[in-house]
Design a protein around this ligand. Structure first.
Ligand code: BMA
Length: 377
C-alpha cells in the first residue's frame, strides 16, 4: 500500500471507531460468524480483525510474555516481559498460546506453560487491547503419543469411533478452558481458535496421509459442534494449512464457510531468502483470493526464522518484503524457546537492530496501536 492509501485507510478506521459511540453504529446482526450463537464480544473481535487488516499488519508472537531467551515468566510473575519489548520497547499486539495437554487435564501445556498463568496473562493483556490466538498440539488419542505420532487416529474419534468417548472428554476440558477466559467484569474474553493446523503436511496425526480429506473435514465440523454443545461462544475459528502450491491445496481440507471465520497459512523460511519471500507472496495471494471470495479476513498464522543469526536484516529484507501490502490482519512469529529453538528476536540477537526498524514501519502495528482499533459495547 502506498503512503497516501495507507493514511486514508488508517483515517477511515479511526473515523469508524470514533464516530460510533459504543456500538450504536455497528449492527451486530450484520456480522455473521461460523457460530450462530457467537457472543457480541466475539463479533467485535471479528470487526477489529477486519479493521486491522485495512489499517496495517498486527505483529504477534507465540508465548511472547511466557518466556524468552534466558528468562521465564514464573521467575518474576508480576513483571510482564517479552523479548520483543526488550528489543523495541513495545509489546506484540497478537499473543499466541498452545493448548496441547489441556485435553489430558494437565496443569501445564506441552511446553511447560501453566494454564493458570496463561489465563492470567490473557486477562492482563486483554485490558491492554491484545488479541489472542490458540493452537492445539493435542496428543494422539489412540496411542497417547504426541501430535507428531502419526498412527491413524482421526476415524477413531469421529462419531461411532472406538475413541469417541475419550475425545468428547478431551473437548469438554478444552471447552472449560475457553469458558474460563474472563475479564475483570466477569465477561468472557473472545479469542481465535486455530485447531488441526498444517493438515496438508504429513507430520501430525490429523495431517496428509494420516487421514482422508473427508475425515479431516468431519473432525473439524464435529469438534466445532461439540464446542457449541459445551456452550463455547467466544471463539473465532481459523483454518490454516502449511505452505500451498495452489488454491486446490487450500480447498482440499477446507471444512466449509459455515465452520470457519478466518483463513491462515503457516510458512517458515526453508530454502533461504528468495524462496521465503516468493513463498509468502504467492501463498498470501492464494489466501487473499480465497478470503475475498468468502469475505473473510486472513493472516500469516505462523512464521519465523529457522536460521536465526544468518542475516542481521531478516526483518526488513526477508519477512517484510513478503508480507508488505498483502492485506493480512496479523503475522505471528513462533516461540522463542531457547537458543537452539527460537524464531523471532531478543536483546542480544543479531537482528535486534533491524527489528527496531521493522517496528517503526508504518504498516506494522504493535499493542498500543491495535488497542485503539476497537469497538465498545
Ligand atoms: C512446535 C515446536 C515444539 C512445540 C510445539 C508447540 O513447532 O516449537 O517445540 O512443542 O510447537 O508449541
Amino acid at each position: 500500500m502506498n503512503y497516501i492509501i495507507r493514511i486514508i485507510a488508517i483515517f477511515s478506521v479511526v473515523i469508524t471507531i470514533t464516530s460510533c459511540k459504543g456500538l450504536s453504529n455497528i449492527d451486530l446482526n450484520e456480522i455473521e460468524l461460523a457460530n450462530k450463537k457467537a457472543s457480541p464480544s466475539a463479533k467485535i473481535l471479528y470487526e477489529r480483525i477486519e479493521s486491522i487488516g485495512k489499517a496495517g499488519i498486527a505483529f504477534g508472537q507465540q508465548d511472547a510474555t511466557m518466556y524468552g531467551i534466558n528468562w521465564k515468566h514464573q521467575e518474576n510473575p508480576l513483571n510482564l516481559r517479552s523479548d520483543i519489548k526488550d528489543v523495541a520497547g513495545k509489546f506484540s499486539a497478537v499473543h499466541g498460546y498452545d493448548l496441547g495437554h489441556i485435553e489430558l487435564g494437565n496443569s501445564f501445556n506441552l511446553d511447560t506453560v501453566s494454564f493458570v498463568s496463561m489465563r492470567d496473562q490473557v486477562k492482563k493483556l486483554n485490558e491492554k487491547g491484545a488479541i489472542f490466538t490458540f493452537s492445539w498440539h493435542l496428543d494422539n488419542p489412540v496411542t497417547s503419543g504426541s501430535s507428531w505420532d502419526t498412527i491413524s487416529a482421526v476415524s477413531e474419534i469421529l462419531k461411532g469411533g472406538s475413541q469417541r468417548e475419550k475425545y468428547e472428554k478431551w473437548v469438554s476440558r478444552l471447552s472449560d478452558f475457553f469458558n474460563s477466559l474472563k475479564d475483570e467484569n466477569n465477561e468472557q474474553i473472545p479469542v481465535i481458535f486455530r485447531p488441526f493446523h498444517e493438515m496438508n503436511g504429513g507430520w501430525f496425526w490429523w495431517g496428509e496421509g494420516n487421514c482422508t480429506a473427508e475425515e479431516y473435514k468431519e473432525l473439524w465440523r464435529q469438534t466445532f459442534k461439540l464446542l457449541q454443545q459445551n456452550n463455547v461462544h467466544n471463539l473465532l475459528y481459523a483454518y490454516a494449512p502449511n505452505i500451498m502450491q495452489s488454491t486446490e491445496d487450500f480447498e482440499k481440507y477446507y471444512p466449509g464457510d459455515e465452520y470457519v471465520d478466518i483463513l491462515g497459512v503457516d510458512i517458515y523460511n526453508y530454502g533461504g531468502k528468495e524462496a521465503f519471500i516468493k513463498n509468502i507472496k504467492t501463498n498470501l495471494e492464494i489466501l487473499k483470493l480465497e478470503a475475498q471470495k468468502r469475505s473473510k479476513p486472513y493472516a500469516l498464522t505462523e512464521t519465523g526464522n529457522i536460521d536465526p543469526g544468518s542475516d542481521p536484516k531478516w526483518w526488513t529484507e526477508h519477512l517484510y518484503p513478503g508480507i508488505k501490502d498483502s492485506g493480512i490482519a496479523w503475522v505471528l512469529l513462533w516461540r522463542n524457546a531457547r537458543l537452539d529453538h527460537y524464531f523471532s528476536t531478543y536483546k542480544d540477537d543479531v537482528t535486534a537492530e533491524d527489528f527496531r526498524e521493522f517496528e517503526k514501519l508504518e504498516e506494522t502495528l504493535f499493542l498500543d496501536q491495535v488497542k485503539k482499533i476497537n469497538f465498545k459495547l
